[in-house]
Ligand binder design. Structure first.
Ligand SMILES: [Zn+2]
Length: 251
């Protein structure tokens, strides 16, 4: 007779019963406690940091999505990026839900308003950047900064639509049509030399006018961001002749 069969049947069943009880408890617990950040994802609280498990549970297709401009967003845009004289109808604009990772690898809920004609391709480009961990620090609507492009750039905010003139001119910017994107603008500034004097926008990004200065968010020719945008037919401001706009891609 083995030692095992000497144990009474009730005692033999005990480990199995304990395991079953534990499994039931774990299942019940996880049903009551879904991934931590599902709420932020469902409400799409742009700017929130979320974890991988929550993104998986919510579904990637919902994290890279195109919608018409929700009323709440349009109210926030009025008088800021959507100025009184805006000649682009609201129906031509789209609201994008996007994920991005910052240089620390944190997953952040991003948002963007763009023209409907580029909505799908921008969603694809940003999904590629996300999946390949291309660092983007912030991705909020410029309205969060009162529609003020300089404030948005200083915050290193990646954005698209803003019905505004090119700084210092009466010409409308490609951002006015929602067909231009600025990527990590603080570290990839606009640089121009006029009468031997260097002009940098934003001023806070002056040290990055020297493109040899490395940063977590430096955009260079041939990197994934540059390759994706140019492959989709965008021109890069870093390739312009007179002025260099290293953050800027436009169609
Ligand atoms: Zn730009």
């Amino acid at each position: 007779m083995s030692r095992f069969s000497a144990i009474p049947p009730a005692k033999r069943l005990f480990p199995a019963l304990l395991l079953m009880v534990l499994l039931t408890l774990i299942t019940a617990f996880s049903a009551q406690h879904p991934p931590r950040h599902l709420q932020e994802l469902r409400q799409w609280k742009a700017g929130s940091v979320v974890d991988e498990a929550s993104v998986r549970a919510y579904g990637m297709e919902h994290c890279f999505a195109v919608t018409t401009i929700p009323d709440s967003i349009f109210r926030a845009m009025a008088g800021k990026t959507y100025r009184k004289d805006c000649n682009v109808p609201r129906s031509d604009l789209r609201y994008l839900r996007l994920l991005h990772r910052d240089a620390k690898g944190r997953i952040i809920l991003g948002e963007m308003v763009c023209h409907r004609l580029v909505a799908k391709e921008l969603t694809e480009i940003f999904r590629q950047l996300y999946e390949n961990r291309y660092p983007i620090e912030r991705m909020r609507l410029a309205d969060v900064y009162g529609g003020d492009d300089n404030r948005s750039m200083v915050a290193n905010n990646t954005s698209c639509f803003n019905f505004r003139k090119v700084a210092g001119t009466s010409r409308l910017s490609a951002h006015s049509r929602g067909m231009a994107v600025d990527i990590n603008p603080l570290y990839n500034p606009y640089v121009r030399t006029r009468n031997g004097k260097l002009h940098v926008q934003p001023d806070e990004g002056k040290r990055y006018a020297d493109r040899n200065v490395k940063s977590d968010y430096r955009l260079v020719r041939g990197d994934l961001c540059h390759r994706l945008f140019t492959a989709h037919g965008y021109t890069w401001g870093g390739a312009w002749r007179t002025a260099k706009d290293y953050q800027h891609f436009e169609k």
